[in-house]
Design a protein around this ligand. Structure first.
Ligand code: PLP
Length: 400
């Protein structure tokens, strides 16, 4: 975000705060969506990366991957059509699935992560009388999905599950992946699908989560969006599989649009090292791949002191630490700052994915930061107020 935009936001809202730049989000997702559409590839937003943004992304994504009853309730409040939700994840409970199936007349697409889930969906289909759309998740060697052999077994015996329509498979093997690994996965999936199709099994669709890499640190090569998409769609074009392909992504779509604003509240020097204590902390920020705060993320320094001459400012290396009572709360070490002072604001960029949700927010009973939306046309507005957490960390029922 531009410094002037951040200054305008700081004029209205206190730190710590997350800001999601909706113009940047629409521009990026719009570009990705348009590019993929030309190649007949649809977009699925894995909402776990940032549930605040589902409504804004809605015109640009074909579907939303939903991984918990809580995420489903968010989609209900945001009035997303259930027909466009992929109900995914482990621990699908009968009460939740039965409610969704009956309240929404069997709409939605359900992933099958285990043989138990296969039984659960079969039961819900039978009881409701609706035929349910299903994707079989193939495991990449962890607790998610079924293995290739089990998937083959299910697909070749489809007639035993008349209540389910098996659209195809879902595959996601992890995040922050380099393009070479993605190419190998695509080739392996293509080969497997081809073998099954040769045996007369119909696979209409592959929902693939590439886990594209987001460069978070200054030391990394920055992204070339078009080149990456060209490379990926090149792999897809070489596939024998001619069915529908959907690309399920989270981080890659939304990381870029988020900033975290935190103020320096204290400066101290201990044994020659400058420490800046900020009103945020590691419970608010999660840069995947950060190691002992040694890597430098993208950070802007907003000076809130007007009367300092540039030539009087000296660059100093700060260790930036948060407000938690733990030595682990070091966000970045040796951050070079020019003339920084207490009251200045640090803007941590590229935090639109996962940071808001993944932080250890209940530790120390500090308040949850507010969440702001921003656009050039509409300015800034609050979508979640600052919230205290002490009630969650204490007895609310007082009798023993
Ligand atoms: C099944 C599935 N799909 C997609 C994603 C999104 O991954 P990413 O944020 O790397 O795009 C995840 C993340 O955990 C996932 O579990």
């Amino acid at each position: 975000m531009k410094v002037s935009d951040i200054e305008a936001i700081l004029g209205k809202c206190a730190t710590p705060a997350y800001v999601f730049d909706l113009d940047a989000l629409r521009e990026r997702v719009g570009k990705i969506h348009a590019f993929l559409q030309q190649k007949n590839i649809d977009l699925v937003f894995a909402m776990k990366a940032n549930p605040f943004l589902v409504r804004v992304i809605e015109p640009l994504a074909e579907r939303f991957e939903v991984c918990s009853p809580g995420e489903f309730r968010i989609c209900e409040r945001e009035k997303l059509p259930v027909s466009r939700l992929v109900i995914s994840g482990v621990n699908k409970e009968y009460k939740d699935i039965a409610r969704i199936v009956s309240a929404y007349q069997g709409q939605g697409i359900y992933t099958i992560e285990s043989l138990q889930q296969l039984q659960l969906l079969t039961k819900c289909a039978k009881e409701s009388g609706f035929r349910l759309e299903a994707l079989i998740r193939i495991s990449s060697g962890n607790q998610f999905g079924v293995d290739f052999g089990q998937a083959k077994e299910i697909l070749t015996n489809q007639k035993h599950y008349p209540g389910l329509h098996f659209r195809g498979i879902q595959y996601y093997s992890g995040t922050q992946k380099k393009i070479g690994r993605i190419e190998k996965e695509i080739q392996r999936l293509d080969q497997w699908i081809e073998e099954l199709q040769a045996q007369g099994v119909c696979i209409e669709e592959l929902e693939y989560g590439p886990g594209f890499y987001v460069p978070y640190f200054r030391s990394e090569q920055d992204e070339d969006l078009e080149e990456l998409l060209e490379q990926f769609t090149g792999f897809v074009q070489q596939m024998h599989f001619q069915g529908k392909i959907t690309l399920e992504m989270g981080r890659f779509l939304v990381a870029d649009c988020g900033s975290f604003l935190t103020s320096i509240v204290e400066r101290k020097e201990t044994e020659g090292q400058i420490y800046g204590i900020v009103d945020g902390g590691i419970h608010h920020l999660n840069y995947y791949g950060q190691m002992m705060a040694m890597k430098l993320p993208y950070i802007q320094h907003i000076s809130c002191h007007e009367n300092i001459q540039c030539e009087q400012q000296v660059e100093e290396k700060w260790d930036i630490c948060g407000s938690l009572c733990t030595v682990a709360d070091v966000i970045v070490k040796q951050l070079p700052l020019l003339g920084a002072q207490v009251g200045d604001v640090l803007v941590f960029e590229r935090v639109g994915a996962y940071s808001v949700m993944e932080g250890i927010n209940l530790f120390l009973s500090r308040d949850l930061p507010c969440v702001l939306f921003y656009s050039r046309k509409e300015g800034v507005w609050v979508v979640r107020k600052t919230q205290s957490t002490d009630l969650l960390n204490s007895r609310t029922v007082m009798e023993l």
